[in-house]
Design a protein around this ligand. Structure first.
Ligand code: NDP
Ligand code: 8X3
Length: 250
């Protein structure tokens, strides 16, 4: 039987790569994002019988509900929710950060994610479905300038474990995937469009690719129904840990 995944943030990066890999693996996909032309391009590439575009700002709960109320019958039964849409905004230390950037991250990475999850839980339970939440290594490992972004991802990881606990006995599986550095539009968005900063960050670093992460999402989704991966933390080989910093009086 053909299963259906709803993948948020499908216009770029992990989400777009996941749409392609899920369709190639025989799934139907509801692809969401704000950039309608990119969703239309995915439909053109992969076929309207496999991809349904749902264009809305994920922070707009009314628009989200309206888009899901209008799903064609073949896409109406959702077996998998991939909460991937998200972003970082800014790299300034907390004391110089823009409060609007923090609010945007919280509204997108936390509030929208829980709103969509809450909306879909009844049918995910009915269908013994699954939820895959895209968190980050920033959920666990702090770094200068990570402040509110890391906080939102810590929420995503802990919320995933909490869902597991509450969904005990329902058959619904929940996984948090926590990637480190991967080259997508993430840094372009984080720097408010600084392509040079994005290029510099990834140059020579052999970062993970969107396809690497999409392959993990698909692997989790295709595991047998008795198996739950709680979390996956992954990084490029080129990335690892640094020590604590110490401020000294001179
Ligand atoms: P991209 O910037 O390439 O993709 C982000 C996606 O999120 C886009 O499709 C964008 O769609 C969507 N999105 C953002 N804001 C909104 C909104 N308000 N409404 C609807 N959709 C929105 O980044 P990645 O693919 O790298 O990021 C995907 C996820 O992975 C994010 O949650 C990110 O935090 C996480 N992550 C990324 C890592 C990395 O190094 N790249 C590492 C660890 C985690 P559109 O703009 O069209 O609305
Ligand atoms: C994105 C990874 O290290 O830029 O979640 O925070 S990092």
């Amino acid at each position: 039987m053909t299963r259906t995944a709803l993948i948020t943030g499908a216009t770029s990066g992990f989400g777009a790569a996941a749409v392609r890999q899920f369709v190639a693996a025989g799934w139907r996909v509801i692809a969401t994002g704000r950039r309608a032309e990119r969703l239309a391009a995915l439909v053109e590439e992969l076929g309207a019988e496999r991809v349904h575009p749902a264009c809305f700002d994920i922070r707009d709960a009314g628009a989200m509900r309206a888009a899901l109320a209008e799903l064609p019958a073949e896409f109406a039964g959702i077996d998998l929710l991939v909460n991937n849409a998200g972003l970082a905004q800014g790299t300034a230390p907390a004391q110089r950060a823009d409060l609007e950037d923090w609010r945007t991250m919280i509204d997108t990475n936390i509030t929208a994610l829980v709103t969509l999850t809450h909306h879909l839980l009844p049918q995910l339970i009915e269908r013994r479905g699954a939820i895959i939440n895209i968190s980050s290594t920033a959920a666990t490992y702090p770094y200068p300038g990570g402040n509110a972004y890391g906080g939102t991802k810590a929420f995503v990881s802990q919320f995933s474990l909490g869902l597991r606990s509450d969904l005990h006995g329902t058959g619904v599986r929940v996984t948090a995937i926590e990637p480190g550095m991967a080259q997508t539009e993430f840094t372009l968005v984080r720097t408010h469009g600084d392509q040079a900063a994005s290029d510099t960050l990834y140059a020579g670093a052999h970062p993970m690719t969107a396809e690497d992460i999409a392959a993990q999402i698909l692997w989790v989704a295709n595991l047998p129904p008795h198996l739950n991966i709680n979390r996956i933390e992954l990084m490029p080989v080129s990335q690892s840990f640094a020590g604590f910093q110490v401020a000294r009086e001179s």
